[in-house]
Write a protein that binds this ligand. Structure first.
Ligand SMILES: [Cu+2]
Length: 278
């Protein structure tokens, strides 16, 4: 039995590290291409808050993207540079100064991005809607959205869960004995006037659903037993899709509605038309 054999076996196997380093470079190049070529772009934003979210997203992507590329290419370099050439292995104790440096840089990058992100997200979500915002209620149930406008009196009628009956034409359970509810407008699409602040009051009748409009960069869960307000101001006329992003049951994939952003004139006409129909 030869004692030289294991030593010889570890020599001259250069193809594996070279292949691994090459695969890493191709992987990094492919990932960078997906983002730089904008293969999956988000639809154009339709609110100022959405523009802020996009800016923050891009900034985070640049910082984390640069760290990703540097780390992966550094790994490819180390695989090549320190590959087994049959040499004796050396133990490195590490470098405390470098450890402190890159831990501090990472900490600062994360804290900085978090603080900057406050304006784009928390600054909007943790504030109240503007005074005079139009209040609209959005109720989710498996697997539909129902929107309610308070009508000419500006007041939502009382709701009684025991009166909820979609076949009877009362999907929200509006109490007929409450005069405030008699002029409430109940519709399956959300129509709002352009450039006016909207406060949406989110409710759920059964399980956790979600209200997500990509163009608003606005996503909020609707939770049973809670009334969750969100606010937005859409600045572009158009029709946009509202989707549920919570896996809420077998019909989840079909749960969607539309957000119609219209001119003030069209909005007034919409309210008038629906008030006559109700
Ligand atoms: Cu849902």
């Amino acid at each position: 039995m030869s004692t030289v054999a294991p030593r010889l076996q570890s020599r001259g196997v250069a193809s594996s590290p070279v292949l691994l380093a090459l695969l890493l470079v191709i992987f990094v190049a492919g990932t960078v291409y997906v983002f730089v070529a904008r293969l999956y772009p988000a639809p154009p934003p339709i609110s100022h808050d959405a523009v802020l979210v996009d800016r923050q997203y891009n900034l985070t992507l640049y910082v984390t993207g640069a760290a990703f590329v540097l780390a992966q290419l550094g790994l490819a370099y180390a695989i090549l540079r320190f590959r087994d050439r049959g040499q004796k292995a050396h133990f490195l104790e590490g470098n405390v100064a470098l450890e402190v440096l890159w831990t501090s840089v990472t900490l600062l990058a994360f804290l900085g991005l978090g603080i900057l992100g406050r304006n784009a997200w928390a600054g909007v979500r943790f504030t109240l809607a503007a005074a005079g915002a139009i209040q609209i209620e959005a109720t989710t149930t498996q697997f539909v959205y129902t929107f309610r406008y308070p009508g000419p009196d500006g007041k939502f009628g009382r709701i009684d869960p025991s009166l909820v009956s979609a076949p009877a034409g009362n999907p929200l359970g509006i109490d007929p004995s409450d005069p405030a509810g008699r002029d409430d407008i109940v519709v399956s699409e959300l129509t709002v006037p352009v450039n006016r602040p909207i406060e949406l009051l989110l409710r759920s009748q059964d399980v956790v659903h979600n209200f997500f409009v990509r163009e608003l960069r606005l996503q909020q869960d609707a939770v049973p037993g809670m009334l969750i307000p969100v606010h937005f101001t859409a600045d572009r006329v158009g029709t946009y899709e509202i989707v549920c992003t919570q896996l809420c049951g077998l019909g989840h994939n079909k749960m969607h509605a539309h957000l119609n952003v219209v001119s003030q004139l069209d909005y007034d006409a919409f309210l008038k038309r629906e008030a006559i129909v109700q």
